[in-house]
Design a protein around this ligand. Structure first.
Ligand SMILES: Cc1ncc(C[n+]2csc(CCOP(=O)(O)OP(=O)(O)O)c2C)c(N)n1
Length: 572
């Protein structure tokens, strides 16, 4: 094939891909720089219908795409060059797989004749992400004999279905390109509207809501306890709304993690339970709160204490998960674990209220625990756990937050009070990594198109320090509440914390960063916040555009002690 023909074949092919994805509903493509991906980049750029976001570091790029896909409920495309660039997406691919977020991973590659023979920037990219993708496909080389024979346009439709269907997640498309990658400048390119593949319908992903009907044996009386873990993904609000109604109609107590929208939806007679971890630490209280049956929607709350109780109690449990997963890490009997489709044994609900004493007990105890936390919050100095009641009280209604892995996600579960302010809280609970925190939050903020608060430890922020390069993204308003306890505070709770210097060097790993200087390097604002009243004021005011860092300095050893006191000193 003549050189020009090859270049045009590359362009035509990439334009076809871009055109298809535009029709399918992709709005955003995150692109990292490189040569081999040139045709793809031009394909997306020439169509003019995408928001294209350039991100230098592929690891940050993929996490940003994850945050965008999560918050817009649409698949997001990623483009990178061949070689180790591909490997840098991997951590975000793992999280996307685990938390069911559709990322369209488009890697450029050398053609087969340049693989395995020492050609530059060439690695084995086939099935690179192994089981962490819903599908992998090697596309034909544009202009090659195969391109005419292989129905690659139909492949796109199949790969789209794998990406965004009932079990959404990442899909990897590998695109080999032969040089030259770019057509001569002088020639104009025919209109890209040449694509004739299968049409797709629907651009949002996820499973449409269909109110489940409980099998009859689960509708009988008995002390039934409802559990709600982290946000369920697209359509999640319908599922949690249904669960909330179930709790209301039946008078069943509902335990909601801070990551569940239900923690933040107290209204009328609906009152979720927030401080179950604290309550269940008390043997005497736990005995009175023990259920006869449990219904769990989606993942379990994070609490280890609750999980231990589930193991001990061996209470029969019904798990309802819109994506048919298997979220029960304990050995308690799960009587029915299935897709919540309508079932034939539909019977009317018996009248509610027959076990109202059970719910009453949970709610009364929870209120007492909430009052205990509230009283402690006023007298806690710089204790990081006190930040959560403070944020809950002062942030405006419907604020969006991202709570980082490690202590923040646990403190939020323990101390974020029941409220009716409809906060939306994101968190990466798929693989619970501290990686990609900043980029994921930036993606979520851009996708939400409204201010977002990121609550993070210092190590999680540093781990994705490159993410700050995106601070100038259009429409971004991000407040980073940096809990600076100089290292991994979470490890203070482990027995290894007794091991002095070994602990400090290999577990706590303090990093000695002057955050003011760091922020200045990138041109973002930074302020040390020392006083809860000051933080309360900042939380209540509208957040500015761009990125700001509010640094809350605290002492991880002292905080570990204080947290133990908060969690154990409560007595009803
Ligand atoms: C990618 C990744 N590497 C390592 C870990 C193990 N890990 C869990 S928490 C943590 C420390 C986090 O420190 P920081 O963000 O400062 O929060 P803190 O513990 O102080 O609350 C580490 C290293 C992880 N979860 N993910």
């Amino acid at each position: 094939m003549k050189e020009d023909e090859q270049a045009w074949a590359n362009r035509r092919f990439a334009d076809g891909v871009a055109e298809y994805l535009a029709e399918a509903g992709v709005r955003t493509v995150v692109i990292s720089p490189g040569s081999r991906s040139t045709p793809l980049v031009l394909g997306f750029a020439s169509l003019g219908s995408f928001r294209l976001i350039p991100v230098l570091d592929e690891r940050s790029a993929a996490f940003l795409a994850l945050g965008l896909a999560r918050s817009t409920e649409r698949p997001v495309g990623l483009v990178c060059t061949s070689g180790s660039a591909v490997a840098n997406w991997f951590p975000a691919v793992v999280e996307a797989h685990e938390s069911r977020v559709p990322l369209l991973l488009m890697t450029a590659d050398r053609p087969p004749e340049l693989r395995g023979c020492g050609a530059g920037q060439t690695i084995d990219q086939e099935r690179f992400y192994g089981r962490y993708t819903r599908a992998f496909r090697e596309y034909p080389i544009p202009g090659d004999e195969d391109e005419g024979k292989v129905p690659w346009r139909d492949f796109l439709a199949a790969d789209w279905a794998a990406l965004s269907g009932d079990y959404p997640g990442p899909v990897h498309l590998n695109f080999p390109f032969r040089e030259p990658l770019l057509p001569p400048e002088s020639e104009s390119f025919p209109s890209p509207k040449t694509f004739f593949g299968k049409k797709v319908s629907g651009s949002r992903y996820g499973r449409p809501f269909d109110a489940p009907v409980l099998p009859s044996r689960w509708q009988e009386g008995g002390r039934t306890l409802l559990l709600s873990g982290s946000w369920l993904g697209p359509g999640g609000d319908d599922w949690t709304g249904w669960f909330r109604n179930l709790a209301g109609e039946r008078g069943w107590p509902l335990l909601a993690d801070a990551l569940s929208p239900l923690r933040h939806q107290e209204e009328g007679s609906f009152r979720p339970v927030a401080h179950y971890d604290m309550l269940l630490r008390h043997e005497e209280i736990a005995k009175t709160l023990r259920p006869d049956r449990i219904i769990q929607l989606g993942s379990l709350p994070t609490s280890k204490v609750l999980r231990k109780c589930l193991e001990e109690w061996q209470t029969p449990r019904l798990i309802i998960d819109p994506y048919s997963l298997n979220p029960h890490p304990d050995t308690a009997p799960v009587e029915w674990l299935a897709r919540p489709d309508k079932t034939s044994n539909e019977i009317p609900l018996p009248p509610p209220g027959e076990d109202s004493g059970f719910r009453e007990n949970w709610v009364v105890q929870d209120k007492k625990a909430g009052e205990f936390i509230q009283a402690k919050t006023g007298e806690s100095g710089s204790f990081e756990g006190a930040l959560y009641p403070l944020l809950a009280e002062h942030l405006p209604e419907q604020t969006v937050l991202h709570i980082a892995s490690s202590t923040p996600v646990r403190d939020a579960e323990w101390f974020w009070p029941v409220n009716g302010k409809r906060f939306r809280i994101y968190s990466s609970r798929g693989a619970n990594g501290i990686d990609g925190t900043l980029s994921t939050a930036i993606g979520e903020a851009v996708g939400e198109a409204r201010p977002l608060w990121l609550v993070t430890g210092d190590l999680a922020l540093l781990h994705d320090a490159n993410g700050i390069l995106q601070h100038q993204l259009e429409g971004l308003s991000l407040t980073i509440l940096l809990i600076n306890n100089e290292g991994g505070g979470i490890f203070q709770n482990l027995p290894i914390a007794r091991y002095g210097e070994t602990f400090e060097r290999f577990f706590a790993t303090p990093q000695q960063i002057d955050w003011g200087t760091w922020a200045k390097t990138f041109g973002v604002s930074h302020a040390l916040v020392r006083d809860p009243a000051e933080l309360a004021q900042l939380a209540a005011r509208p957040a500015p555009a761009g990125v700001r860092i509010l640094e809350w300095a605290t002492d991880r050893r002292g905080d570990a002690e204080e947290r133990r006191r908060w969690l154990t000193a409560f007595s009803p």
